[in-house]
Design a protein. Structure first.
Length: 158
């Protein structure tokens, strides 16, 4: 079960740094966040804004071909994952590396683009680890809307 925690709107990508600050304030240590939305909606740009807010000194770019990038120079370690190239059938190929990183940095922040590929019905390997989801989409006025869902809110209570 998931619960809406917060919603934001960004008229331009330049609005994402302010949203990134607010989003980071909602994410506890060890959060594993799925970033879902269509191609070009701003998932990687949001990760870049979050990395900037965390004072990460490395250049942050899409891990589409490397699949995983980790950044440990900031105030909080970040693992940036992109499952797009693998698709739902092969996304579990990165599971061991992802879970090893999470064990090494229990207070870190894991950001996963195209997380829905790790939640495929035939192999939902990512489901137990995912704590939050950020759904991004553009409305008819080309305004990006971001919604943060807490996926563990009810699981922890039960």
């Amino acid at each position: 079960m998931k619960s809406i925690t917060e919603r934001w709107s960004a008229a331009t990508l330049a609005d994402l740094p302010v949203i990134a600050q607010a989003l980071l304030a909602q994410l506890p240590a060890g959060a594993v966040v799925g970033l879902d939305g269509p191609m070009g909606v701003g998932k990687t740009t949001l990760v870049q804004a979050m990395a900037q807010a965390l004072n990460i000194s490395e250049r942050v770019n899409s891990p589409t071909f490397n699949l995983l990038h980790d950044y440990t120079s900031g105030t909080r370690p970040v693992l940036h994952v992109d499952l797009y190239r693998l698709g739902p059938e092969d996304s579990a190929r990165v599971a061991d590396e992802l879970f090893d990183w999470m064990d090494s940095y229990p207070d870190g922040l894991t950001l996963i683009e195209w997380a829905e590929y790790g939640l495929a019905e035939n192999n939902p390997w990512l489901a137990p680890a995912l704590t939050h989801q950020v759904a991004l989409h553009c409305n008819a006025q080309d305004v990006r809307e971001l919604t943060l869902y807490d996926l563990k809110l009810f699981a922890d209570a039960g």
